[in-house]
Design a protein around this ligand. Structure first.
Ligand code: ATP
Length: 230
């Protein structure tokens, strides 16, 4: 579904991704793991076109998307939940969903609330009044109601208390059951281990290893070298 090949991405003169290649098949949950600064965010930003690669190719459903404007890439069916969980602070929870909802899809605010009951309780509160965990749920729900085929999630567990991370995990399990494909960037190894099927390990802008989560869990050498266990 997604094929990233030899991607080099820069911020100005700073060369951050050094030939990243990865694949995500339809229906899979793939984790992009690595320490702070490894290049996880930059990889997701390269896919969605916010920092377009200077070299390499990115294909989605067989078609080149590198070089397209981010909104065009999103329209092809890629949803993106950035790290900074920017909800519309002055809109109610319900309206945060209403403004982006794809009305030609199976999604509705009601269906989103079925999946995220905690949001329904706060349907009329303003986005800006929600807790960090609730804002994270709202940004994920907001990406879902645009009806993407592939969801890019950037460190959804970051900055959340452990009990909230557990809630988020349960909620994402329900999201995954809808059949969506996910590329999940995470520093919280255990969180990623419980959700993903496969992983790519990034270090200094390079993919150092890829394989199944099952295999990775038995590789203490890789975990010690490339990951921090939360
Ligand atoms: P994090 O957990 O911090 O998000 P990450 O694995 O997602 O880590 P990136 O954010 O992709 O890593 O950062 C990769 C490298 O790019 C880091 O060395 C970082 O300092 C650098 N970098 C990120 N954003 C910029 C920017 N806007 N300008 C210059 N360098 C940047």
């Amino acid at each position: 579904m997604l094929e990233v090949r030899g991607v080099h991405t820069y911020y100005g003169q700073s060369h951050v991704l050094h030939g990243v290649s990865l694949d995500v098949e339809r229906g899979e949950i793939v984790a992009l793991l690595g320490r702070n600064g490894a290049g996880k965010t930059t990889t997701l930003r390269s896919v969605i076109g916010l920092t377009p690669p200077r070299d390499g190719t990115i294909r989605f459903e067989g078609e080149r998307i590198d070089g397209l404007e981010p909104y065009r890439i999103a329209r092809r069916g890629i949803g993106y939940v950035p790290e900074d969980r920017r909800v519309f602070p002055e809109l109610s929870v319900e309206d945060n969903l209403n403004v982006v909802l794809d009305r030609d899809s199976d999604w509705s605010v009601e269906r989103a609330f079925e999946l995220f009951p905690a949001l329904e309780e706060h349907a009329h509160r303003l986005g800006g009044q929600l807790s960090g965990g609730q804002q994270q749920m709202l940004t994920i729900a907001r990406a879902l109601v645009t009806d993407p085929d592939l969801l890019l999630l950037d460190e959804p567990s970051e900055g959340l208390a452990p009990t909230i991370v557990e809630d988020l995990e349960t909620l994402l399990e329900n999201v995954i059951e809808t059949g969506i494909t996910v590329l999940l960037a995470e520093q919280n190894t255990n969180f990623a281990f419980s959700l993903a099927d496969r992983a790519f390990l990034l270090s200094r802008g390079r993919v150092e290893w890829d394989g199944t989560i099952e295999e990775l869990q038995s590789r203490d050498d890789l975990i010690g070298r490339y990951l921090s266990v939360a």
